[in-house]
Design a protein around this ligand. Structure first.
Ligand SMILES: Nc1ncnc2c1ncn2[C@@H]1O[C@H](COP(=O)(O)OP(=O)(O)OP(=O)(O)O)[C@@H](O)[C@H]1O
Ligand SMILES: [Mg+2]
Length: 313
């Protein structure tokens, strides 16, 4: 029997193309490439960015909301996932009133699209639900189901920002490890530094995350922010196999607290304030990042189906 035909029957068309390409030491063509079909223009891959920090109250949610809104104001499609399951508060911070949350997604009563709330400047929010013990105790399979649900979005956003909970639970680790980038929020307090170090250690040792970006929050100036970064980066260099890049800083700003009391993002309410300027710079930094490193395809990751498609399969 013709060898190629036998392969075709056993593996299906895609498998056959792959095997043939591998045999000839080439990258396998995509289905469309192989048959000369026109492809739609390549869309930039959605980038999932997790915001973590370990310690409670260091500003993870504040930074997620204002960075997300700054990116939306710059014209990007942005979804903000409140991954602080059971203690969600992004909807409250933005004055939104969700009728459904992640719990409804998990019990199958709605899909991911049904959860999307639209905030100012078109920022979309996926609320996590608050005051529900069950949500605070999700199994790892359920976390994985939430992560995979984003594959079902008809139109993936440019950026998915994931606001993680305090601490180092499986919940935090899974959401952070499923993202393309992890932004670590650190304040100039001993407990913030030690908790940030613990996050770096666990995510690198147990989840293979090697690159982190640090935002210094509630600092007085850029010098203080840089010094904070150096302090943490020095310990990382000595004891961990990770790269901790400096991403930027957000100053201590009373305007930011006032905006929160008004259930608004400071970048929306007072765009000329010191903190709003800082958030715009952080958003500008995100825009300059190169393509995300490709996560292993067997890893539980946001938009893994899309990433697989981007490689031509
Ligand atoms: N740069 C800043 N200037 C002034 N206040 C700030 C700043 N960043 C955060 N805050 C204040 O700190 C408080 C905690 O912030 P936030 O809720 O964002 O922290 P968190 O890390 O998400 O906390 P949790 O771990 O409980 O989720 C908020 O009341 C917020 O107003
Ligand atoms: Mg928070």
């Amino acid at each position: 029997m013709n060898g190629v035909f036998a392969m075709n029957q056993a593996m299906g068309l895609e498998g056959m193309l792959r095997a043939l390409a591998e045999r000839h030491g080439k990258q396998a063509p995509s289905h469309d490439q192989a048959f000369g079909l026109a492809r739609p223009p390549a869309r930039r891959r959605c980038r999932a960015i997790a915001v973590a920090g370990g310690k409670g109250g260091v500003g993870k949610t504040t930074i997620s909301v204002n960075l997300g809104m700054s990116l939306a104001m710059a014209g990007h499609e942005v979804i903000l996932l409140d991954a602080d399951m059971g203690l969600a508060n992004i909807d409250v911070l933005l004055g939104l009133t969700p009728t459904r949350h992640i719990g409804h997604l998990l019990d199958g009563s709605c899909g991911i699209e049904d959860l999307l709330l639209t905030g100012p400047h078109g920022l979309k929010v996926v609320p996590a639900g608050s005051g529900t013990r069950r949500l605070a105790q999700l199994s790892n399979n359920e976390h994985a189901a939430v992560i995979r649900a984003f594959d079902d979005l008809a139109v993936p956003p440019d950026y998915l920002l994931v606001d993680t909970a305090a601490g180092l639970s499986d919940n935090v680790a899974m959401f952070a490890a499923a993202a393309d980038d992890v932004v670590l929020v650190v304040c100039d307090e001993p407990a913030s530094l030690t908790d940030a170090y613990a996050v770096l250690k666990v995510l690198s040792r147990d989840f293979g995350v090697r690159r982190f970006r640090m935002v210094a929050n509630m600092v007085r100036n850029a010098g203080e922010a840089r010094a904070l970064h150096q302090k943490l980066a020095r310990v990382c260099d000595r004891f961990l196999d990770v790269a901790l890049e400096f991403m930027g800083m957000v100053p201590q700003d009373e305007r930011l607290r006032q905006a929160i009391r008004r259930q608004s993002a400071v970048v929306d309410l007072w765009p000329a304030s010191r903190s709003a300027e800082a958030f715009k710079q952080l958003a500008g930094a995100v825009d300059t990042w190169g393509e995300p490193e490709r996560l292993a395809l067997d890893r539980i990751a946001f938009f893994s189906r899309q990433a697989a498609a981007a490689t031509g399969w």
